[in-house]
Design a protein around this ligand. Structure first.
Ligand code: RP5
Length: 161
């Protein structure tokens, strides 16, 4: 089982590395490509269609500006696509709306602006549907995070940051 991480530009890599980090926490295999919907549409189509015959169970696609990449990927495949809006202008609102406002029939699951870690985590949750070990790991992960929050000391200084 593998996740294909696609980004519209090499400049997106610093944001998109969060997806790979989340997947690696749960030992899920991934591969990453730079493939733009606008600058290299033919290569994008070829890559996405090739994944149909592979172990890829999810695409994570990050793009900024007129971020059509996740939607175009979703148009070429029924493998689930998670879109990551990248903040390049307008605080990322342009990318967020470009990704989330898909027409009925061609869904893209969208995470928060620059939140590629959550995209990785959502892919892990998808994989956990058929992998009981992952389900347990995810439960432990949530519990550890909750414990860390509850142990955080809160004093007056928290309001001074
Ligand atoms: C989008 O335009 C990319 O996803 C990137 O976020 C943004 C800027 O790309 P570069 O001009 O840095 O290549 O297509």
């Amino acid at each position: 089982m593998k996740v294909a991480i696609i980004m519209g530009s090499k400049s997106d890599a610093k944001v998109m590395k969060g997806a790979a980090e989340a997947l690696e926490l749960f030992s899920i295999d991934w591969e990453a490509r730079v493939l733009s919907a606008h600058r290299a549409p033919a290569a994008l189509k070829e890559y996405v269609e090739k994944q149909e015959e592979s172990e890829t169970f999810c695409f994570i696609a990050g793009a900024g500006l007129a971020a059509h990449l996740p939607g175009v990927i979703a148009a070429y495949t029924t493998v689930p696509v998670i879109g990551v809006p990248i903040r390049a202008a307008f605080d990322g609102l342009d990318a967020l709306l470009s990704i989330v406002q898909m027409p009925k029939g061609v869904p893209v699951a969208t995470v928060g602006v620059n939140n590629s870690f959550n995209a990785g985590l959502l892919a892990v949750q998808m994989a956990s549907i058929i992998e009981p070990n992952l389900k347990k790991k995810l439960t432990d992960f949530r519990r550890e995070r909750a414990e860390a929050i509850l142990q955080e000391p809160v004093n007056r200084e928290v309001f001074n940051d």
